[in-house]
Write a protein that binds this ligand. Structure first.
Ligand SMILES: [Zn+2]
Length: 349
């Protein structure tokens, strides 16, 4: 067998991956056609998005705002538990093909029911989890429920309560995505405190479209154990120090950050900088289908820019930052170690 690169061979970990954002483009087209829903969603009605469909992909967008609307359009095409089962089944196929061994996946149930109030959330969760569990023993997947900033504090609390009742369906925590600028962390303190009191883990997107105080608030007000993106924290040494000192892992998604404009021009490779500043860096793909990337491609990008040792460190960091028990982490560590040893042992041609 050809030895390949570390990015190809290494067992992979998803810590920042939205399940709905994994919907394959052809499946999106098929489901939208089947249900008669448009491929685009705009606030306040239907219509064309600002950017033209310039490359024949249903997944073209111009900036973060337009991406969020596209993400909503994707969810609108998922109408019933069978659609979600297909989403999860195809996700598992794609994940196993890339040697993904573990994932904590975001789901956005409040967006599901926004578009489809009649959706049976428990039946949908059961459909998803049945498919995800089929990946065992090769891979284990668990769920983090996004409380979704855009729907406000009350909705976030309601979602947290619903999800606290679904730990039997592999829900292990709550997350916070959506419009960071208009819906700041302080609105969600109660929902996160409630989730924590129910034994759920807490993570949050921050420092993606808003500046470093948003990252600090996510850590201090919400008790976020990991930060999604966080790239804008690089503008403030004190926030970076907070992340480093508290060992709050950063989930860096290079292609996502470039395409949504989250990345600060003066910090083109946030993963390298955070790593050098003593932070815990992990790598993921965010919404791989919509960003037209894969976890393996993100790993390859990182290996090219930062080198094999750095990629290996980021994968080990992800195992360390996962909400898994010590025994499972050791088993994953051993899989990574075996792959690395194999690559080092390969005869040089
Ligand atoms: Zn995300």
């Amino acid at each position: 067998m050809a030895p390949g690169t570390l990015a190809e061979r290494i067992p992979k970990i998803h810590l920042h991956c939205h399940l709905e954002g994994c919907l394959r483009a052809p499946t999106f087209l098929e489901l939208a056609g089947k249900h008669g829903v448009p491929l685009r969603y705009t606030r306040g009605g239907e219509g064309a998005a600002r950017s033209a469909q310039d490359d024949n992909s249903p997944y073209a967008f111009a900036d973060l705002d337009e991406f969020l609307l596209l993400f909503a359009a994707v969810i609108r095409a998922l109408r019933d538990p069978e659609d979600y089962a297909r989403l999860a089944r195809e996700f598992v196929e794609d994940a196993l093909a890339q040697k993904v061994i573990y994932g904590e996946l975001f789901i956005s149930p409040s967006v599901w029911t926004f578009f489809n109030p009649a959706l049976d959330v428990r039946a949908t969760m059961e459909a998803i989890v049945t498919e995800l569990r089929a990946a065992q023993p090769r891979a284990t997947f668990r769920l983090l429920a996004d409380l979704t900033r855009n729907f406000g504090a009350e909705s976030a609390m309601a979602t947290a309560r619903t999800m606290a009742g679904m730990t039997d369906l592999d829900v292990i925590g709550v997350a916070l995505g959506g419009d960071e600028t208009r819906f700041p962390a302080r609105l969600f303190g109660d929902a996160f405190a409630y989730a924590r009191s129910e034994g759920l883990h807490c993570v949050a997107h921050a420092g993606e479209s808003d500046d470093h105080p948003s990252v600090r608030d996510a850590v201090e007000r919400l008790g976020a154990e990991r930060i999604g993106h966080g790239v804008r924290a690089l503008a403030d040494p004190a926030t970076v120090e907070l992340l480093a000192t508290r060992r709050v892992a950063l989930e860096i998604c290079p292609t996502s950050n470039r395409l949504t404009g989250a990345e600060l021009p003066e910090h083109p490779h946030p993963f390298v900088e955070f790593d050098q500043l003593g932070c815990v860096v992990t790598i993921d793909a965010d919404d791989p289908a919509i960003f037209r990337t894969t976890l393996e491609q993100e790993y390859a990008l990182v290996e090219r820019v930062a080198g094999r040792r750095a990629l290996e460190r980021y994968v080990r960091n992800a195992i360390g930052a996962a909400f898994s028990d010590a025994r499972h982490k050791q088993a994953m560590e051993a899989q990574v170690a075996a792959t690395v040893a194999e690559l080092h042992a390969r005869p040089r041609s």
